[in-house]
Design a protein around this ligand. Structure first.
Ligand SMILES: Cc1cc2nc3c(=O)[nH]c(=O)nc-3n(C[C@H](O)[C@H](O)[C@H](O)COP(=O)(O)O)c2cc1C
Length: 182
């Protein structure tokens, strides 16, 4: 059974990144018709930072086969956002691995031709990142992290954004396109 295009929702996946987690939640909290998918690490990291969101439907990573991805086969979602995406999740996705909820969402979105928008945390060789309890740390993404991001930019149906403004702009453009096409 497939979902009417007008009822399609946005799937937003969060991975276990503290970097830009607060800013991503700020965007999520402005959106309607969004469902949240948490990697196992994301569920822990959210607790550690103590951040809140106002999304009603939240899918946790509890099953080996990532049962919630069947919603993509029912055309339940018009788009997938993965933000923030850890270097771990990016590395897996670049290798075509789909062994947990978030990497499965990306694989199934690709296979059902649903566009993905990704904000990777390791965007630059040197970053300032917020650790739990509000202290800042310097982070130096490795060559492999930066190479993986360059690589995923070449993937089909995938938009990689580098900052929160571009993330917001890409999401709004996608929402407008969905309304226009519906
Ligand atoms: C407090 C905290 C903050 C973290 N922040 C980041 C981060 O900003 N970027 C990153 O790549 N990993 C970060 N990690 C490590 C990831 O959570 C870890 O690699 C995890 O295995 C990622 O799993 P996932 O990609 O399935 O969410 C953080 C871990 C903790 C405990």
């Amino acid at each position: 059974m497939s979902t009417d295009i007008k009822q399609q929702r946005l799937a937003w996946a969060i991975t276990g990144s503290g970097h830009y987690l607060r800013e991503c939640l700020d965007i999520i909290n402005t959106l309607q018709d969004v469902d949240l998918f948490l990697s196992r690490a994301a569920a822990e990291v959210l607790q550690q930072y103590g951040y809140k969101h106002n999304v009603g439907k939240v899918f946790q990573d509890k099953t080996a086969s990532s049962v919630p991805v069947e919603l993509f086969y029912q055309a339940h979602y018009h788009s997938l956002v993965i933000a923030p995406a850890t270097s771990n999740t990016i590395a897996k996705m670049v290798c075509g691995i789909s062994d947990n909820l978030v990497t499965n969402l990306y694989a199934q979105a690709g296979k059902t031709r649903v566009p993905s928008i990704i904000f990777a945390c390791d965007t630059a060789p040197e970053l300032e990142s917020e650790a739990p309890r509000e202290h800042m740390v310097k982070v130096y993404p490795r060559k492999i992290d930066l190479n993986n991001i360059a690589n995923i930019k070449t993937f089909e149906a995938t938009t990689v954004v580098e900052d929160m403004l571009s993330l917001n702009v890409s999401i709004q453009a996608r929402l407008r396109a969905v309304i226009h096409n519906g």
